[in-house]
Design a binder for this molecule. Structure first.
Ligand SMILES: Cc1ncc(COP(=O)(O)O)c(C=O)c1O
Length: 292
């Protein structure tokens, strides 16, 4: 089935076009240099989950790379909702992309005058349910996460090669995900997910300054934990903390909350998804079903 894609070039009013007609120039700096930003969002039962938070992150990412998105946040919000509706999708994945636009060869972003906005709403490929029941095995990649002074991982840019190199390591090891350390050798995040540990009953995750994307799911999970009276700590974590944690799980728009039971051959906790992880997953799914 052909999808309807929202496209806008610069300030010229955009709209929905068929997948076949949704075209981006080969001179777009998003393609030539990975110059742009994006978001991955989900809709549950027709309601876009945490849309405001994703839009805010998109505009912050764009500001950080000095890219002026040619639409207001209000227009962008409406365009996302319209795209989901037009495709008659209820449970779906939404990819929001803003590229620097078409320009001559050469890095100069100043020569690209019309940033390009693309919104895709499509079906979602999830982890098999079995993985939520059994938990994942993951590894630590040798590829380090980008140093924040080089390319801050808080910017959700179109340049994902750093994560792709670590993902190749995960693939080679036969795992779905890999932990990426920062340049201090401390845990940052995974290739497409944030990481959480339960240590002495507290929920621990590395802070934004450790070089991680501040995941929308990450924030939701921290809030859910506080509501459950679980202590939440944003702290620097090492591989030792991972190996000796009581529980470990990953969060992301696609994965939601997925338990991890083995890291680098070490069994985490008792090798089964732990009680806090299971409770938070249950609460998270309740929230997505509630339409809030
Ligand atoms: C590198 C990275 N970390 C974490 C996440 C999780 O973020 P979110 O919960 O906003 O999907 C993602 C997914 O977008 C990601 O690409």
């Amino acid at each position: 089935m052909s999808l309807l894609i929202y496209m806008q070039h610069g300030k010229h009013k955009g709209g929905l076009v068929s997948e076949e007609d949704a075209k981006v120039s080969v001179f777009d700096h998003g393609l030539l240099y990975g110059d742009g930003v994006f978001e991955g969002i989900r809709a549950y039962a027709g309601k876009v989950f945490k849309l405001q938070e994703h839009i805010d992150r998109l505009y912050n990412s764009a500001k950080a790379i000095r890219l002026d998105i040619p639409m207001t946040k209000k227009e962008m919000t409406a365009a996302v909702r319209d795209t989901v509706k037009a495709n008659k999708l209820t449970d779906c994945y939404i990819r929001l992309i803003v590229t620097r636009g078409k320009g001559p060869m050469g890095l100069d972003p100043g020569k690209c005058v019309d940033p390009c906005v693309v919104i895709i709403a499509t079906t979602i490929a999830m982890y098999p349910e079995e993985q939520y029941e059994k938990g994942l095995e993951i590894i630590t990649a040798t590829t380090l996460r980008n140093h924040p002074a080089a390319l801050d991982p808080r910017i959700k840019s179109l340049n994902y090669l750093n994560n792709i190199l670590a993902k190749i390591e995960a693939d080679n090891a036969g795992t779905f995900e890999a932990i990426m350390l920062n340049t201090d050798g401390l845990v940052a995040e995974c290739t497409g997910d944030n990481i959480f540990l339960i240590i002495e009953g507290a929920l621990c995750t590395p802070p934004g300054t450790a070089g991680v994307l501040k995941g929308v799911t990450r924030s939701v999970v921290m809030e859910l934990a506080r509501k459950q009276k679980i202590e939440v700590k944003e702290v620097c974590l090492s591989r030792y903390d991972v190996y000796s944690a009581e529980e470990c799980f990953l969060t992301g728009t696609g994965a939601e909350i997925i338990p991890v039971v083995k890291v680098d051959g070490r069994i985490i906790g008792d090798g089964k998804p732990g009680p806090i992880t299971r409770k938070l997953l249950k609460e998270f799914r309740k929230l997505t079903k509630s339409g809030k």
